[in-house]
Design a protein around this ligand. Structure first.
Ligand code: AMP
Ligand code: MG
Length: 354
């Protein structure tokens, strides 16, 4: 018997902690395979939310692996190699994160993700031989893009490679949301795309947004949180095995795959939240820190505590972390500890990392 659980609502429910007096514009909808909530205050709030919705739906039409005729689906099916400029920038950025994370983040993991059934929701444990064959095609550093001269770009990969932007596309969408909040002069706003949160400006009472970190052991209890991050002009992106998984013969298999093994990452972490500052000026379509947080949360989940903290120290990238471990710890890097509210009732042990 298989049990299939997808908790796409968990991260959004948490935002109820955010307190929402005198809200100007809000929309909740399903897009990019997740529950999305957009809220805007000040400036052209209605317009910010409306443009945000359109932008997310448009990005889904371009970047989805499963929507026929998206850039990604058409490329994967061998129908065309050319993609829009935005897709090309994102692919190039994804390849760069494959290099910086030493292969822990890799969008060419696509065939392996599909073999576990996460693309089609028909879950199964693949044969070892199948995994080994598929892993031979996984190497995101081989991916390049070249301008064609007509505004579109050609994607160049090794023979047989296919791509899955599921680990980075929502972060990219949150970069675009920041552009929209900037253009529409929003004084405050929230964009929550599943585990990807952008806290723009402040709440109408001038206080910071409060974004809770879900207890990964209780994915279906939106009230179970390990801590709360007070955020202003920041991205907070969480990756966790609890966000999408299935069970077979008493074993749990989740959707974040370790490219070194082809199996769901088993690194001792149950969730990784990456926090970084948000740009205040428009990036005009280029990937920014929202994209970075998304790529890194997936990669650091694969790496595990020790390597993730080493990466935090040594990568030269500017971000902070909340790591939740299988053995009951909540590790918070020192850039966040000023305002972080640890939930003493959560049963976890709180540790500051510097
Ligand atoms: P996230 O929730 O951002 O951590 O992304 C997880 C999604 O990214 C999965 O559902 C897959 O579509 C894809 N994915 C899984 N493993 C990896 C990986 N090691 N690198 C890049 N993308 C991945
Ligand atoms: Mg990610």
């Amino acid at each position: 018997m298989k049990r299939i659980i997808t908790s796409i609502f968990a991260a959004v429910l948490l935002l109820n902690l955010a307190g929402c007096a005198s809200k100007e514009a809000e929309e909740q909808f399903i897009g990019m395979d997740t529950a999305i909530r957009l809220v805007a205050y000040g400036g052209n709030a209605e317009k910010a939310v409306e443009q945000g919705m359109n932008c997310v739906m448009e990005l889904e039409r371009t970047l989805s692996r499963t929507l026929e005729d998206s850039d990604v689906a058409a490329f994967n099916a061998g129908e065309r190699t050319d993609v829009a400029a935005e897709t090309a920038w994102l692919l190039k950025t994804a390849a760069e994160y494959t290099r910086t994370t030493n292969g822990a983040f890799d969008i060419t993991i696509a065939p392996v993700v599909a073999s576990w059934g996460f693309t089609t929701d028909s879950y199964q444990v693949p044969e070892q031989a199948e995994l080994e064959a598929l892993l031979k095609t996984v190497d995101g550093t081989a991916l390049r893009v070249e301008p064609r001269g007509d505004g579109r770009y050609d994607v160049i990969t090794e023979e047989g490679q296919v791509i899955d932007l599921g680990g980075i596309a929502k972060g990219y969408a949150s970069d675009r949301m920041a552009d929209i909040f900037a253009e529409q002069k929003s004084s405050g706003g929230l964009a929550a795309l599943g585990g990807n949160v952008l806290a723009w400006g402040t709440k109408p009472d001038d206080r910071q947004w409060q974004v809770a970190v879900q207890d990964p052991e209780k994915p279906n209890d939106g009230g179970a949180w390990v801590g709360v991050l007070p955020l202003e002009d920041a991205f907070a992106v969480t990756s966790g095995g609890y966000q999408r998984f299935f069970e077979e013969n008493g074993q749990t298999y989740h959707h974040i795959i370790d490219p070194a093994t082809g199996y769901p990452a088993d690194s001792g972490l149950t969730s990784v939240t990456v926090v970084a500052d948000c740009h205040k000026e428009s990036l005009e379509g280029k990937p920014g820190n929202g994209t970075m947080c998304d790529a890194l949360s997936t990669a650091l989940f694969v790496m595990g505590e020790e390597k993730a903290l080493e990466f935090w120290h040594d990568s030269g990238l500017d971000f902070d972390l909340v790591l939740v471990t299988e053995d009951g710890q909540v590790l918070v890097t020192d850039g966040l500890t000023d305002g972080f509210i640890f939930n003493e009732e959560s049963g976890y042990q709180y540790e500051i990392v510097s």
